[in-house]
Design a binder for this molecule. Structure first.
Ligand SMILES: Nc1ncnc2c1ncn2[C@@H]1O[C@H](COP(=O)(O)OP(=O)(O)OP(=O)(O)O)[C@@H](O)[C@H]1O
Ligand SMILES: [Mg+2]
Length: 400
């Protein structure tokens, strides 16, 4: 059960540099963190006539009415038709509040579409980036509150959405019962707390390897150690960018393979790109070297932080490795951490958690855990025991 007795649904929100992720406990929805200008009505009509895609889902063809600009805007995959695209976040920091507000509306609306019923009442766990973004995130939530309209004393988010492929327009009203903020990576800790630790407190060091950033966040006695937490502006994007540049140099500056194409290949588990007229390029060795280098950088930070924590008398019980980049650095980082602490195989398997042991895809771990945070608060408000289950049955993206 994901719904509370009073029908309020906890939702976790993680607006990342590359994708925005939303979780209601049973479903995950994610889409590219990008908004763009809509076509004119006339162009949109002819686009609809000529659109050859068979994907007519809302998630793939979404436009939202932007109240601030009094115009339709495209979101996620639909921005393929926008002349100008704007990413909501950069280096993990919210760039444009209006666009981020649209993303929030889009995610809540789309979760409703996936459930085949509006969310109705929502308790939100909102993930904020570390440090640089903290204040901005508070201001962002103030902005969100300004946008809500009051009806019968309730704070309501009004959403007007259009499926550009079908032309259908839908309206949605969602009551925002409360919104909590926490660091994005704290979400992953909540997943462990609820699903692995059985609500016992273990000091946990979370490493979140994303698209534009990697984050290190120690959680000690259930609290994020803000003084040590850090976000570094490098991630999987850095790796694919470096590979793109190296291939260009290697081909005597003849072949330019976009960083995005390499990214797509990696995500599909492939290690080769074919360039018509130039041949097939295998970047497997380069990728391995880049991942080792990133693991080494992260390990430097871990060593420093373990020393700083030790000086405060704190030792670590667990290390979690999450984010879309977790799969790429997991092995390299795990072996470094294990040998640093002197943990043997079984101990390392228990205490260094990523991939399978997390029980949820490391990419959605934060969104899922932020949902648990909201669910926990609802239970506290109601004076009930919290439901610690997490059973994600469906994951939907704008580019299926
Ligand atoms: N299966 C996969 N194998 C390798 N890399 C992947 C895979 N799936 C996604 N990625 C990469 O993970 C990155 C996205 O990770 P994630 O969604 O955690 O980032 P983000 O939260 O958007 O970014 P940030 O945390 O930096 O703001 C992308 O660079 C993507 O290419
Ligand atoms: Mg992220």
């Amino acid at each position: 059960m994901t719904e509370q007795q009073d029908g309020c649904i906890p939702v976790g929100v993680d607006l990342g540099t590359s994708t925005s992720k939303f979780c209601d406990g049973a479903k995950v929805v994610y889409f590219s963190s990008v908004a763009g200008d809509a076509l004119t009505e006339q162009l949109e009509t002819s686009w609809r006539r000529m659109n050859r895609s068979t994907d007519r889902r809302w998630l793939h063809n979404l436009a939202l009415w932007d109240e601030a600009r009094q115009t339709w805007r495209y979101i996620g995959a639909m921005t393929r038709s926008s002349q100008r695209q704007q990413w909501f976040t950069e280096g993990g920091v919210l760039q444009n509040f209006e666009d981020a507000y649209l993303a929030m509306q889009a995610g809540l609306f789309l979760l409703g579409v996936e459930r085949e019923a509006s969310l109705g009442r929502v308790a939100m766990g909102f993930g904020i980036p570390i440090k640089a973004g903290e204040e901005a995130s508070e201001r962002f939530l103030d902005k969100v509150r300004e946008r809500l309209v009051t009806e019968d004393g309730k704070r309501i988010m009004k959403i007007r959405a259009k499926n550009v492929a079908t032309g259908e327009v839908k309206e949605d009203s969602i009551e925002l019962v409360f919104s909590l903020v926490q660091f994005q990576a704290y979400g992953a800790y909540m997943v462990l707390l609820f699903r692995k630790f059985g609500l016992k407190l273990y000091n946990t060091y979370v490493v979140d390897v994303g698209h534009g950033t990697w984050i290190s966040l120690p959680v000690v006695e259930n609290e994020a150690d803000i003084a040590i937490a850090h976000s570094t502006p490098a991630g999987i994007h850095t790796i694919t960018g470096n590979i793109s540049t190296a291939l260009f140099e290697k081909s005597a500056q003849k072949v330019k393979i976009q960083e995005q194409r390499i990214m797509e290949k990696i995500a599909a588990g492939q290690r080769e790109v074919e360039v018509p007229g130039a041949g097939v390029f295998n970047f497997g060795a380069m990728l391995d070297a880049e991942c080792e280098a990133l693991a080494e950088d992260i390990m430097k930070k871990v060593r420093m932080d373990v020393a700083a924590l030790g000086a405060k008398g704190v030792s670590l019980d667990y290390v979690a490795i999450v984010g879309g980049g977790a799969k790429l650095v997991f092995n390299g980082l795990k072996s470094r951490i294990a040998s640093f602490f002197g943990w043997d195989g079984p101990m390392a398997d228990e205490r260094i958690v990523g991939n399978e042991a997390l029980g949820v895809d490391p990419r959605y771990a934060n969104a899922a855990g932020l949902m648990l945070l909201a669910r926990d608060q609802l239970a506290i408000d109601e004076g009930k025991d919290v439901d610690t289950s997490l059973n994600i049955q469906a994951v939907a993206s704008d580019r299926d």
